[in-house]
Design a protein around this ligand. Structure first.
Ligand code: NAP
Length: 237
């Protein structure tokens, strides 16, 4: 049985490919999304309680291999997977989408990205609701905070408003940025085709992009295509 650490579009695509190939797998979700789309395989939800909890789960469930297809910024989960798999000598594959490349400045943290915004900037904040808090330090900045699900809480920053929904096409992003008179966009370097539209739209409008660099992770075998991950899974199931 393979444990698929999920929570991304790629994990969904992998779950479909692995299930379709008859590979036994269980997907794991952190449980952050209120209404997650169902996955085409057995699914468990919630944290494992650190490395020890994950190791106990792997042992008890007879997991033979782990694929970490979490978001590139879900560093804690990825580190825990490296440690638990090393302890139990279970093979681990990280599914990694290539980072975006472009002529923007990258920063090591949300705090340093917030500090890099000029006074009175009007910025799209596309870092995820969970990473918005450090931007509250800049009360002089107006934020358009992108969230995936309709918010149930008040706006968490001194100035600005929510925009709800996944990243849109370049044309729709351009229209959104113009409608709000934006001067900057702030994003994590998540990679992936669909979410890149905001960077291309910013470039088209001459807006500055403030990009948060990916966290460094321990080296493990990686795959960046569904086909490569499927081949690995067949060898390790
Ligand atoms: P994180 O900081 O790396 O993980 C924090 C804790 O959440 C982990 O220690 C683990 O708890 C639990 N967890 C995370 N992913 C899990 C999974 N797939 N299954 C079970 N438990 C999981 O993670 P995060 O950045 O909060 O991300 C949480 C989820 O949202 C991940 O599945 C990730 O793929 C997805 N996501 C994250 C981002 C982002 O920008 N960070 C963006 C899009 C989607 P225990 O220690 O208790 O095991």
């Amino acid at each position: 049985m393979i444990l698929l650490l999920a929570g991304t579009g790629e994990a969904r695509a992998l779950a479909t490919a692995l299930s379709g190939a008859g590979i036994g797998l269980t997907a794991s979700l952190a449980g952050r999304t209120r209404m997650p789309k169902s996955l085409p395989c057995a699914t468990r939800t919630g944290g494992f309680k650190g490395v020890e909890g994950l190791a106990a789960y792997l042992r008890a469930s007879g997991v033979r291999a782990v694929i970490d297809a979490t978001h590139p910024f879900a560093a804690q989960m990825s580190r825990n997977a490296v440690e638990a798999c090393a302890q139990l000598k279970i093979p681990l594959l990280r599914f990694e989408r290539p980072p975006w490349r472009g002529d923007w400045s990258e920063y090591d943290s949300a705090e340093s990205a917030a500090a890099a915004l000029p006074a009175q900037a009007r910025a799209l904040l596309a870092v995820g609701r969970g990473s918005a808090e450090p931007f509250a330090a800049r009360a002089d900045v107006w934020y358009l905070l992108r969230v995936l699900e309709p918010p149930s809480e008040p706006f968490p920053l001194p100035n600005g408003e929510f925009t709800v929904g996944p990243p849109a096409s370049i044309e729709a992003e351009i229209a959104l940025f113009q409608a709000h008179g934006l001067t900057h966009i702030v994003t994590k370097n998540a990679g992936g085709e669909a979410a890149r539209a905001k960077l291309d739209a910013a470039k088209a409008l001459g807006l500055e992009a403030v990009v948060i660099r990916r966290p460094a992770l321990p080296k493990v075998p990686t795959a960046s295509s569904i086909e490569a991950a499927l081949t690995w899974a067949k060898e390790h199931e």
